[in-house]
Ligand binder design. Structure first.
Ligand code: NDP
Length: 246
């Protein structure tokens, strides 16, 4: 199995894309490290993975906390001796129209979607440099390519993640053999929209045409594809959308 003995930290592992990715990577031999704030859900996931013959440990933490990340990485190194990869997946999407001035939600998106990614990179980079290789995958979005109503701040955060990934790749891949991938999904069926509080956005979304969205497993497959290439291959961007999405 391509990922045997690779230790990979997945943020936002308690649901949706992160959870599906944990199952997928563990089924290909990776030691997965499950990070999110909901400890109970992570423990259930750990049990499901180990019951299936996989390897998983729980590192409960908030990605906005540099200390939580550093503690998590130290625990991983103690358990497995090294870190091989990080999937910066934790994120939230409380869409709203700018004139509503939901500034707390704007700042929360900046803290989790952007600063959370920066904290993750800062925490694992010394370990990856020590190993002279590794892989960082950042979950950006179709929102990095185009604005959609209510998404001014969310789209800005995902554009930041996409461009940061390109900078990381250019700085880290040639010099240190650390590959970097930005995954940019369109609509995926998860609980991501549950944080929306703007009534106008909610109404707009209810009125949207039904379409067949992607499943979290589809993104897990794209992550696995990017991770399982030979070290000489850097998959830069994966822009993956539902066939029915315009
Ligand atoms: P979910 O809501 O199912 O998952 C979000 C995950 O992020 C949860 O595990 C949550 O765990 C975690 N999370 C949120 N805040 C924090 C925090 N402060 N610290 C640690 N973990 C946190 O949504 P998705 O699976 O859809 O989202 C995963 C990523 O995919 C996000 O970055 C999202 O922007 C991106 N994406 C999703 C798309 C979609 O259509 N669903 C499309 C394009 C991109 P907990 O609450 O336990 O901390």
């Amino acid at each position: 199995m391509e990922l045997t003995n690779k230790t990979i930290i997945i943020t936002g592992a308690s649901s949706g894309i992160g959870e599906a990715t944990a199952h997928k990577l563990a089924s290909h031999g990776a030691n997965v490290v499950l990070m999110a704030r909901s400890e109970d859900k992570l423990q259930e996931l750990q049990k499901a993975i180990t019951d299936n013959g996989g390897k998983a440990i729980v590192a409960t933490g908030d990605v906005t906390s540099k200390e939580d990340f550093d503690k998590g990485v130290a625990a991983v190194v103690k358990e497995y001796g090294k870190v091989d990869g990080l999937i910066n997946n934790a994120g939230l999407m409380p869409l709203s129209f700018v004139e509503k001035l939901k500034t707390d939600e704007w700042m929360q998106m900046v803290d989790v979607n952007i600063k959370g990614v920066l904290n993750g990179v800062a925490a694992v980079l010394p370990e990856l440099k020590k190993n002279k290789g590794g892989h960082i995958i950042n979950i950006s979005s179709m929102a990095a390519h185009r604005y959609f109503p209510g998404g001014a701040v969310y789209c800005a955060t995902k554009s930041a993640v996409k461009m940061f990934s390109e900078g990381l790749r250019q700085e880290l891949a040639p010099e240190y053999g650390i590959n970097v991938t930005s995954i940019e999904p369109g609509a995926v069926s998860t609980s991501l929209t549950e944080t929306i509080t703007d009534e106008d956005v909610k109404e707009m979304m209810e009125g949207m045409q039904e379409m067949t969205t992607l499943e979290a497993e589809d993104i897990a497959n794209a992550i696995y594809y990017s991770l399982s290439q030979p070290a000489r291959v850097n998959i830069n961007d994966v822009y993956i959308v539902p066939s029915e999405q315009k």
